[in-house]
Design a protein around this ligand. Structure first.
Ligand code: ZN
Length: 404
């Protein structure tokens, strides 16, 4: 079996894969929004790896005057003709955070107990090395990919993707029948394939009353009291009003969380004239974010009447994307490969978080988000489990070889 030879090759490439991921981790690639100087050096290194594999690299860099060289690199490799399966990975990372909490220098990775520790090893270096190694294993065993392939290795994923994936979406690069695999989310069990995301809705609620001395409450309008009342009524009302469930999702309801609260007065004996708080709402596809905003506005109107305050409800962020059907060919094929290569009975799931799949699904591209991780991305002591690095490469190699 040709696939067996490729999988065997990957088992033997374990040390090479660790050493490539180590090299990669040594080059920080932090976007300027997070205080870094961009992905230029890391992209040059990755471009070298691709060239060594005999691949022709196309650059779709996005201008950005904030970084040396003035560009945010996006590397693209296109192989074969026809509808393409794209592997989308990002080369940027987040800052290491509390450097004293790390068990090694976050940019000088250490292999301890089968885990390679370092910033960006799991998010998204693991996937990048797995994808490249999968292709290399095909080449070394003289197997041809069974389909047209694309590799898109992008910048700016950690700070909004405007100069990464969203830049590529404006380049006439992707074709209507293309499909995407995004290995940038996943469980330790490896048996969940993300096909849907809840709509994200951030609300800012500003309650305005009249400031005054705490000894003379009749002459003031306490915005904090009205705000607290409104917060608890939103909190009690929305889950009842939007009570639908969807078993695809975890958690399987829409969620409405009061989160940030802005400071009001610094002293105890002043009645606050303003109260500002936020809700983070994650809404199932069966409800619309518009209906949620309308429900909050209704409650705000009641609060205005009862307390004599003004209330402003603002949408400060909103993202939603249509789900990829659970029976889309890329999803079905990935489930089959997981069964064959990893002996996993995987299932499609929806999540509350947002990934880079969002903008792809908005453009109607079928998109499966999958990888095997210990979910250490962004945390102190991020690591990539070497078993996952190799096991995921096997799945990618099988996908590259195409349906039998
Ligand atoms: Zn990531």
């Amino acid at each position: 079996m040709p696939l067996d030879a490729v999988l065997d090759r990957l088992d033997k490439s374990r040390d090479d894969m660790v050493s490539t991921l180590t090299d990669l981790c040594r080059i920080p690639a932090i976007g300027p929004t997070n205080g870094g100087d961009g992905e230029g050096k890391k992209a040059a290194f990755v471009q070298g790896l691709l060239k060594d594999m005999g691949l022709k690299v196309e650059r779709f860099d996005a201008p950005d005057t904030r970084v040396p060289g003035g560009k945010r690199p996006n590397l693209v490799v296109r192989l074969g003709k026809g509808p393409r399966l794209w592997f989308l990975c990002h080369i940027d990372i987040v800052p290491p955070g509390d450097s004293k909490g790390w068990r090694c220098d976050p940019f000088d990775p250490k292999l301890i107990d089968g885990r390679l520790y370092g910033r960006g090893t799991e998010d998204n270096g693991q996937a990048l090395v797995s994808v490249l190694s999968a292709y290399r294993a095909l080449a070394k065993t003289k197997e041809k990919p069974g389909r047209a392939l694309g590799l898109a290795l992008v910048s700016d994923e950690e700070t909004g993707s405007a100069l990464g994936l969203k830049h590529l979406l404006g380049q006439d690069l992707f074709q209507p029948k293309d499909a995407f695999l995004v290995p940038d989310w996943g469980m330790a069990s490896g048996d969940e394939v993300e096909v849907a995301e809840k709509s994200l809705l951030w609300l800012k609620i500003t309650v305005t009353g009249k400031q005054g001395h705490a000894s003379l409450p009749n002459e003031a309008v306490n915005a904090h009291r009205a705000g607290a009342y409104l917060l608890t009524s939103i909190d009690a009302n929305l889950p009842r009003r939007f009570r639908a469930t969807d078993p695809l999702f975890r958690p399987w309801t829409s969620t409405f969380e009061p989160t940030k609260h802005e400071p009001n007065v610094p002293n105890v004996n002043t009645i606050p004239g303003e109260d500002v708080f936020y809700f983070d709402c994650r809404v199932l596809p069966s409800a619309s974010p518009k209906e949620v905003v309308a429900a909050v506005q209704e409650l705000a109107a009641q609060t205005m009447q009862t307390f004599g305050v003004q209330v402003k409800v603002e949408v400060v962020n909103q993202e939603s994307s249509p789900p990829t059907p659970a029976d889309a060919p890329i999803v079905r094929e990935l489930l089959q490969v997981l069964r064959k290569v990893r002996n996993l009975r995987a299932k499609p799931v929806g999540i509350g978080g947002g990934t880079v799949a969002g903008p792809l699904r908005e453009e109607k591209y079928p998109c499966a988000v999958w990888s095997t991780t210990d979910e250490t991305g962004h945390s102190v002591n991020e690591y990539s489990r070497v078993d996952n690095l190799v096991a995921d490469a096997k799945v990618f190699a099988a996908l590259m070889m195409g349906p039998e």
